[in-house]
Design a protein around this ligand. Structure first.
Ligand code: GLV
Ligand code: GLV
Length: 341
């Protein structure tokens, strides 16, 4: 489904001719996502389905497709919209797009943090709405990161790339949580700190004070100045940030969510901001999506929100659609998927 980039369309054409009419391709060409009923009708008789993260893939959908369905390929790294258990039980392969969007998504994480910490939303608002008066030494003061602690929930590809991008901003300690320790990444991150500190010692980046530690999420929340959520959404992470731990954040902490909206309870986040426990938040994802324009988080001056643009670069979207298509074709042809869940 969905409108694919021109390069991918060309790839589809050449594949259609190379499989010499063995497969019929049905493409959803509207800007709007198909409704549930449209989707259930579209998949009838399909051997493979290429979907987006907004398409719910579950038992009902695979029954609507029929027993010939072999593969579901999602153009996303996240697969919380897919009932993996039901698909696996029915021997349906699941493809996704890890790796190719790591750079773009960790760029957005860095953007959200800088935007939140330096009050970009209030600054832009001041410029656009004639609130920019005379230069004032006390106006719109943000915070910086030298000597501070960065907490990364989930040191997978995106988490590690985000940490790598942010170490040069001055963090002297990284705490990370998740399903396991990553010793190699710890060493690589220490290397980055070492090389950056060689020419930046005046910023407090001293070579001997860097630490990167695997801890529990509870401890990470309590001890980090900045918490960035880089984990998948699943039963363990749904509402991971909630009313009972929002007050455990460090006073003046910053929460960044480039992952999935439901990892954060929006009411708890609002409370964290309104009580000034949190200095700011940066979100690329919300619950629900899209978030309503009159939502109190949208109007909160220190909640910097982007509309799920983590992977939205020309390069990354092309790579994602190529990989999703590759997975789809491998699945229908009975080959091994390039990337699967
Ligand atoms: C985007 O959110 C993705 O999962 O690819
Ligand atoms: C800021 O613009 C300064 O000149 O200090």
């Amino acid at each position: 489904t969905a409108t694919l980039p021109p390069r991918t369309q060309a790839l589809i054409k050449s594949l259609e001719s190379s499989t010499s009419g063995k497969f019929k391709l049905i493409q959803w060409r509207n800007e709007q996502r198909p409704t549930r009923n449209e989707l259930l009708n579209l998949v009838q008789g399909a051997s493979g389905v290429l979907c987006m993260l907004t398409d719910k893939i579950d038992g009902e959908l695979i029954r609507a497709a029929g027993p010939q369905l072999k593969v579901v390929s999602t153009m996303s790294v996240g697969y919380d919209h897919i009932n993996t258990k039901v698909l696996h039980e029915n021997n349906i392969l699941i493809g996704n797009t890890p790796g190719v969007l790591t750079n773009a998504t960790s760029d957005i994480a860095a953007l959200l943090l800088l935007g939140a910490a330096r009050r970009a939303k209030e600054g832009v608002d001041a410029v656009e709405n004639s609130k920019w008066g005379v230069w004032n030494p006390n106006w719109l003061l943000g915070v910086e990161f030298s000597g501070k602690t960065l907490g990364i929930v989930g040191l997978g590809g995106i988490g590690a790339a985000t940490a790598a991008r942010l170490i040069p901003f001055g963090f002297s300690k990284i705490l990370y949580s998740g399903s396991r320790q990553h010793k190699e990444k710890e060493a690589l991150l220490a290397d980055i700190h070492r090389s950056v500190s060689n020419f930046n010692t005046s910023q407090g980046l001293s070579t001997d004070c860097f630490e990167c530690k695997f801890v529990s999420t509870d401890l990470l929340i309590k001890e980090s100045d900045v918490v960035i959520l880089c984990c998948a959404l699943n039963e363990n992470t749904r509402m991971l940030i909630n009313k009972s731990n929002i007050n455990d954040f460090k006073q003046g902490g910053i929460l960044i969510n480039p992952a999935r909206g439901p990892i954060v309870d929006p009411e708890a986040l609002l409370h964290g901001l309104e009580s000034n426990r949190l200095f700011a938040a940066g979100l690329d994802v919300t619950d629900p999506e899209p978030i309503k324009a009159d939502d109190p988080l949208v109007s909160h001056p220190r909640c910097f929100i982007m509309p799920h643009l983590g992977s939205a670069t020309v390069e990354t979207r092309e790579a994602m659609s190529d990989l999703a298509l590759e997975n789809l074709l491998a699945g229908v042809l009975g080959d091994k998927l390039t990337a699967s869940v």
